[in-house]
Ligand binder design. Structure first.
Ligand SMILES: Cc1ncc(COP(=O)(O)OP(=O)(O)O)c(N)n1
Ligand SMILES: Cc1ncsc1CCOP(=O)(O)O
Ligand SMILES: [Mg+2]
Length: 208
């Protein structure tokens, strides 16, 4: 899974174009992972939207990750499941999804990072780097220095999320992150493909 540019879909912000078309455009613009996040959807709706996303992503090489809803991730045979600290125990999630599906875990501080078991968790989402109106119940922002310290501790690759856009690529890649996860930098933008391309170019520049 290429974590460099990681799109988290938000149904509200994607209302204009829709989540599937936003994902299609973002992947055309270079996004490597699409996470389906839909707080209001039950399992059946997650599966329905997930199926449409699967079709849209087919043949692109982009990965489909399901947020929180383990039964939907299993039913879809998704590439990954992402859970947070308050969602479910990581070992329980791992036994539900089996050994192949990738498991992402949100980490919000150094203690969370220290507790990551690399035999169970494949990547972490350091959350949030900056405050963001996109997620109302987020933990205190860790900032770039906090991100650096968390990345140093984490035994698995770290993407980071929260208030991020192309303008932050230099700082977060410099802090050791494997990639940037974004919602509003792509969702709801007039041209999500161009927004994704701008993110990818900034990441490539940051890695030079
Ligand atoms: C890549 C990535 N990182 C962090 C999160 C946040 O997950 P969580 O803390 O469980 O909050 P919800 O997104 O489920 O509301 C994420 N979704 N993706
Ligand atoms: C899902 C999520 N988890 C932590 S912050 C966040 C939202 C990030 O949204 P944005 O990229 O618009 O700041
Ligand atoms: Mg969650």
């Amino acid at each position: 899974m290429d974590l460099s540019a990681y799109l988290v879909l938000d149904p509200g912000l994607c209302a204009g174009l829709g989540m599937v078309e936003t994902a299609r455009a973002a992947v055309a613009g270079g996004v490597g992972v699409v996470q389906l996040l839909h707080e209001q959807a039950g399992t059946a709706e997650m599966i329905e939207i997930g199926r449409a996303l699967r079709v849209a992503l087919e043949g692109t090489g982009a990965a489909l990750v399901i947020n929180d809803v383990v039964a939907a991730a299993v039913a879809l045979r998704a590439d990954g499941l992402h859970i947070g600290q308050g969602d479910m125990a990581v070992k329980k999630a791992r036994s539900a999804i089996g050994p192949e599906m990738l498991l992402g875990l949100s980490v919000e501080n150094q203690a969370h990072a220290r507790a990551v078991d690399p035999h169970v968790v494949d990547y972490v989402g350091v959350s949030p780097v900056f405050g963001t109106p996109t997620k109302s119940d987020h933990a205190p922002p860790v900032g770039i220095d906090g991100l650096r310290r968390i990345v140093e501790i984490c035994p698995v690759p770290a993407v980071c999320i929260g208030g991020l856009g192309p303008q932050h690529a230099g700082d977060v890649i410099g802090a050791g992150a494997a990639g940037l996860a974004v919602v509003s930098a792509v969702c709801g933008r007039p041209d999500p493909a161009a927004a994704a391309r701008a993110l990818g170019s900034a990441i490539a520049e940051a890695r030079k």
